[in-house]
Design a protein around this ligand. Structure first.
Ligand SMILES: [Fe+2]
Length: 282
């Protein structure tokens, strides 16, 4: 069995690579999917997702209202927002959401079981999560193909991506699955020297547009190439993305206390950080 161990965990057979791997069967099977595909779709905690959506809708209404009493759902945002205004809307919503940490706490709780399974439970969280609002046929809202790790981002980060409308086809995030990425890198050493437009064309047939509905969350590996093409559907795309990482994992360009905030510092860590060695100890 090549060093693999068949263990019994709650009457389920679990294949682990080491006798010292004590992860539960559920954690192992989630990890296997994530490792193979580069992403996993799970159900989010609907109570917290609804709270997040309510806050986003309030910020959107606040932007569009300007004295008028208009109520419009997020999918139909393009009926009120001009292409040139999508970035202003994005900045306005972010400013409203991050006035305190209520939104962050709900975001974490909405995805806690996935974060715990893949990342751990003593964590740092991105201080200002990203928001994507992709109006139909707006080239300004496309996100060129990239991997975050190509630009100084730590590979220890887990990206939790939450849609606030149902996303399929070009409303979805696309990704190059791990196996394809490794295969294409092996086929052509010059692949990553291409411009992002050329790289997208080169990889287009191998990309996966990941369908995710409201109520689900996507955890993806941002060391794999990903992005948004132009939204060719009839609805506006709304999603948020936020990075989590094990508090004690290495930090690259994005520093703790600036980009990341510690959110679940355990008592033993707090005691350890405050420990003072007795003076005159021999
Ligand atoms: Fe990214």
């Amino acid at each position: 069995m090549n060093n693999a161990q068949l263990l019994n965990d709650n009457n389920k057979d679990v294949l682990t690579s080491s006798p010292w791997d004590f992860r539960s069967s559920q954690e192992l099977s989630m990890g296997k999917v994530y490792e193979e595909k580069g992403y996993i779709i799970e159900r989010g905690e609907i109570k917290y997702l609804n709270l997040l959506k309510k806050q986003i809708e309030a910020a959107f209404l606040d932007f569009t209202e300007k004295g008028r009493q208009i109520s419009i759902c997020l999918e139909e945002a393009h009926q009120l927002i001009k292409h040139d205004d999508s970035n202003n809307l994005r900045l306005h919503v972010m400013q409203r959401l991050f006035m305190d940490t209520t939104f962050h706490r709900n975001y974490f709780n909405a995805a806690k079981h996935v974060i715990h399974a893949l990342c751990g439970n003593e964590l740092a969280m991105q201080k200002r999560p990203g928001i994507s609002i992709n109006l139909p046929h707006n080239p300004n809202d496309a996100l060129p193909i990239h991997a975050d790790t190509w630009n100084g981002v730590s590979p220890f980060e887990l990206n939790i991506w939450i849609p606030f409308v149902d996303c399929e086809n070009t409303m979805s995030l696309y990704i190059l699955k791990r196996e394809k990425y490794n295969q294409r890198l092996g086929d052509s050493k010059g692949l990553l020297k291409l411009s992002s437009d050329d790289l997208f064309e080169e990889l287009r047939d191998d990309l996966t547009w990941i369908p995710v509905k409201y109520g689900q969350i996507l955890a993806f590996d941002q060391s794999l190439p990903h992005g948004y093409s132009i939204n060719q559907e009839k609805s506006t795309h709304w999603s948020m993305n936020c990075r989590f990482k094990g508090l004690h994992t290495p930090y690259w360009d994005k520093k703790l206390g600036e980009y990341f905030m510690p959110i679940t510092v355990k008592t033993n860590t707090r005691l350890g950080m405050n420990y003072k060695h007795p003076e005159n100890w021999v």
